[in-house]
Design a protein. Structure first.
Length: 215
């Protein structure tokens, strides 16, 4: 298949890579129909996140059609042909963090949690396409993706809403919603939002040229 891969600092390449396969009975394979580029992907491209390796498939915001499911995935939960949005964290659904609905802190899905703890100060769950600090899982900027614990994370879309209307449920919308909720934003509040995407990066770079006396 074709996939967008990390090829070194400030360099990505679309390459031919092996098709994903079912490795665990709770896996699913998803044919990607839409994917997005997150502002935090800039940290990978810029080289600020260590443990990226040449050829790593990028992308943690994607959705598509289920084309294969493992024997451990209940058909009541997920079937071939289902249309799904895949959240960026990989969650087992059984640990203490998952029981508390803190899925990005899942205790079982990141085989490199100890390294992540040294880097971030705390362990994190496995994350698609986001370095070997978060497990080295291939991402969704590709034609297909393997989704571990497919009976937990994927959100079935059982309506005629377009990809463009639901894709951002993978990361962007819930991340923004959580931020607004944590800030206790109320109607009529005036807020300012700083982003790390291309526009936000441009704004930050521009701000560095302005002396503090002019702010």
């Amino acid at each position: 298949m074709r996939a967008n891969t990390w090829a070194g600092r400030n360099k990505v390449e679309v390459r031919d890579v092996p098709d994903p396969k079912i490795l665990n009975s709770r896996d699913a394979i998803v044919r990607i129909t839409s994917t997005a580029i997150c502002g935090s992907d800039l940290h990978l491209v810029d080289g600020y996140v260590p443990t990226m390796q040449d050829g790593d498939v990028m992308g943690h915001e994607f959705m598509g059609e289920v084309i294969e499911v493992g024997s451990g995935v209940s058909r009541d939960r997920l079937r071939v042909g289902d249309r799904v949005v895949v959240p960026f964290p990989i969650a087992c659904g059984a640990c203490a963090a998952c029981a508390a609905e803190l899925y990005s802190c899942c205790e079982n899905t990141n085989p490199n949690a100890g390294i992540a703890e040294k880097m971030f100060g705390h362990p994190v769950a496995g994350i698609f396409g986001y370095s070997h600090l978060t497990g080295g899982f291939a991402g969704g900027q590709a034609q297909y993706a393997r989704v571990p614990f497919a009976d937990v994370g994927p959100l079935k879309i059982e309506s005629d809403l377009s990809d463009e209307q639901v894709l951002f449920l993978s990361d962007i919308l819930p991340t923004g919603y959580m931020g607004a909720e944590m800030c206790d934003i109320q109607p009529s509040d005036v807020v300012a939002v700083w982003g790390a995407g291309p526009v936000g990066q441009f704004a930050m770079d521009s701000a560095r040229t302005v002396s503090y006396t002019h702010l």
